[in-house]
Structures are given as C-alpha cells and as structure tokens.
Design a protein around this ligand. Structure first.
Ligand code: ADP
Length: 253
C-alpha cells in the first residue's frame, strides 16, 4: 500500500433501499466537490444496478489496466470513474456472489487513482452481507445516507445508518432527496413523498441533516443525458453545492 493510498479517504454514499437517488447524489456530490477544488474519484459499487457510467457520460467505455491495476475512466467533469458496470459486458446481468463482488470492489478501490484524495463510493442499496463486508474491509472515513421523505424509505435509511454505526464508520449525515416537486407549468410546490420526514428522523437519530434535493424533471433529464446538474448552474446545482459544502467542512474538521 502506497502512502498516497493511505491518505486517500473513502466517503460511502448509501441508502436503505433502491430508487431513492443514491447514485444521483453520489455523482453530483463528486462533481460538486471537484468544482470546489477537491481531487475526487468515483467508485460505482452498486452491483445490482451500476448506473454511474451513464450518469457521468462514459457509458460503454471500459477501463484499461496496467500490470493488473485498473486505470479509472476520465470523465468530462474532472472526476475519474470506475464502475462495476464497466467490468462486465453491457446488458449482462450482474448476479455475483459476495466474494466476487468484494474482489471487484477491492480492485476498484486499489486502482490507479493518481492524486485523488477522496473516493466517493456509490454502495449497493440495502444492508446485506455484501455491504457489511465492503464497509468492514475498506473502512470508509464517513458515510452519507440518502433517503426520500416517506416513512418507508426512512425506516430503511435507519437500518443503513445502523449498519455504519455498528461498523464504527462515522455518519456524516442524512440527505433528503425528491423533497418537493415544483410544477414546471404553474410553479406550485407539492410534496408527493411528504416533507420534512428526513430532517425529523436525522434529529431523532442525532445525526446531521445535510439538506434537501428537490424532485425535478430537470434532474432526471440531466442525469439521463450524462450531464449531472451539479456540473451546471441553477437551483439543483445549488442544492448539491450545499451538500458538498457540508461534506467539505466535515473533511476539514
Ligand atoms: P438509486 O441509486 O437510489 O437506485 P438513482 O440515483 O438511480 O437511485 O435514481 C433513480 C431515478 O430517479 C433515476 O431515474 C434518477 O434520474 C431519478 N432521480 C433521482 N433523484 C431525482 C430528483 N431529485 N429529481 C428527479 N429525478 C430524480
């Protein structure tokens, strides 16, 4: 292990369940931190649905290797990326058992990340053995938990938090995604998944609340197009900026 690797810190982005926007948050957090001058790499460890190559606009590009060490794929956002999705043929179902997934994750974490000081780790959703092994083996410096405001998602988020607490990984905080929907036609804001649930849960659990990301068609469209909103300007970029500021401050503490 090089001294470079020792000083590199892993930030896990996790959620109790799928579909809450964990990968979206991980990609935008990485980009927003890079825009603040941090050297950041992104590891897509979501074996069930690796979506980072698409989000980061490098779908179909497979990583090279030098002397069996993987070389991350460069993206347009100054954030190099390695994804489970880049290690298997496109469209091939990823039904790996724990040890195989663990081996692939190890290769990605120990890849040639150059001068990256932070690796954002997009974990699979849930709290199974695979996640626990990953957390124990790679010891993230901290974890960001993503949840939607609904009770069901929050119950799962609590489990995810518990997983990190048990593994003695500091929880940086909870971020609420899909928080309020602003109608693009009339401008009225409604709360399809409720409002404020994640903040209340964070307070009850004694962990920091890292802010809200609104539910916006523009976020989904930008993500699908491979240009995460954090790379641009406007409201969603600002919302991800607030999250990145909190993580930045936490890293500096
Ligand atoms: P997860 O990683 O938790 O499974 P994703 O990040 O893949 O979730 O997001 C699931 C879907 O929801 C994607 O189509 C994504 O573009 C969309 N999405 C995520 N966050 C938002 C948001 N704040 N507003 C609109 N769409 C979102």
């Amino acid at each position: 292990m090089t001294s470079e690797r020792k000083t590199r810190r892993l930030i896990a982005v996790a959620s109790g369940k799928g579909g809450v926007g964990k990968s979206t948050v991980a990609a935008n957090l990485a980009i927003a931190l890079a825009r603040r001058g941090r050297k950041v790499g992104l590891v897509d460890a979501d074996i069930y649905g690796p979506s980072q190559p698409r989000l980061m606009g490098v779908e179909g590009i497979r990583p090279q290797a030098r002397e069996k060490v993987l070389i991350p794929v460069q993206t347009r956002f100054g954030v190099p990326l390695l994804s489970m999705g880049g290690l298997v043929a496109e469209g091939q179902a990823i039904a790996w058992r724990g040890p195989m997934a663990g081996g692939a994750l190890g290769q990605m974490v120990d890849a040639d990340w150059g001068d990256a000081e932070i690796l954002i780790l997009d974990l699979p959703p849930g709290t199974g053995d695979v996640q626990l092994t990953m957390i124990q083996k790679h010891k993230p410096a901290g974890a960001v938990i993503v949840s939607t405001p609904q009770d069901l998602a929050l119950i799962d988020a609590r489990r995810a938090i518990d997983l990190f607490v048990k593994a003695q990984v500091p929880v940086i905080g909870l971020i609420e995604n899909m928080a309020g929907y602003q109608c693009p036609h009339c401008g009225e804001v409604s709360d399809p998944f409720g409002c404020g649930g994640a903040e209340a849960a964070a307070t009850a659990l004694g962990i920091p609340f890292l802010g809200r990301i609104p539910l916006q068609i523009a976020i989904r469209l930008a993500s699908d197009a491979g240009t995460p909103p954090a790379a641009g300007t406007g409201e969603p970029a600002d919302a991800f900026g607030i999250l990145a500021e909190s993580v930045y401050q936490w890293l500096e503490r």
